[in-house]
Design a protein around this ligand. Sequence first.
Ligand SMILES: Nc1nc2c(ncn2[C@@H]2O[C@H](COP(=O)(O)OP(=O)(O)O)[C@@H](O)[C@H]2O)c(=O)[nH]1
Ligand SMILES: [Mg+2]
Length: 294
Amino acid sequence: MIGAMPRSGHIALAGLPNVGKSSLLNALVGQHLAIVSAKAQATRIPVVGLRTDGEVQFVLHDLPGLLDPSYLLQERMRALALDALLRMDLILHLHPAPTAPAPDFAKLAGLERAPAAPVLTVYTKGDLVRPAPRAALAADALVVSADRGDGLEPLLLAIASRLPERDFGFDPDDVGTQPVRFFVVEYLREAAFELLGDELPYSFTAEVEEFREAEAPMYIRATLFVERESQKGMVIGRGGQTIKAIGAHARQRLEALTGARIYLDLWVKVLPHWRKNPGALARFGFPPSDLETA
Ligand SMILES: Nc1nc2c(ncn2[C@@H]2O[C@H](COP(=O)(O)OP(=O)(O)O)[C@@H](O)[C@H]2O)c(=O)[nH]1
Ligand SMILES: [Mg+2]
């Protein structure tokens, strides 16, 4: 369209843990940017994905699940999500279609008042509902399936019509805004969620110690942190097979993202109670926030 004004804006993918926020981000961006897990609360720091269609640029923020925090890391994850909500042009409230209708967003998120940005309800996991339970949904409800790629076009149109006329903030060819280092940690954590049982992934994080981008393959040295000595052995595994599998998973994802060959050098350390330690949390990207107890 000649002379069309560009539109762009910030869009939150928000909702309870495990509703499919990260899967939808990836489906909309067309890249496995955000980590996905059957276990709740895999996303700790918002992941920003970009999609540019002609004159419209979507800046999509995959937020940590809005839950009632039970320790300091969770408080800070919630603060990051609430802080992001304040800066959005539009909030997508994601709710699984099988348990439609969605409750009120502000109430569900434990907010004292409705956010300033408009809230649009989006029903996820549409592939799990047969036509009959769809009766619980309004005829014009937005229903998507990230797994099948269903409903994405109507969703993008609904979003685009609500975005302000504004110049693009990012290169139309980019899919993300965060540095490769960020995704190193994310993909290592994704591997932990996949390979380390039910509880250990929550005690697990990682940090990049050295990053030599100019080398071929790219050299990345990272430390994997757990909270107890006994967990260290579980991360390494018999004959080192578990840590090898963690590295292989992360390397494959990083190579897909960067298009470069990667060498990952992994070490394991114990950092007792890091999830409750303000200094450790700040170092891992969870700074103190005014919104912490909000
Ligand atoms: N059947 C189905 N499962 C999905 C879909 N989207 C996500 N899931 C699953 O729901 C779980 C949580 O997904 P995730 O994207 O990590 O949710 P988040 O915690 O809200 O970010 C994972 O096991 C996903 O595979 C979908 O469209 N259909
Ligand atoms: Mg997620």
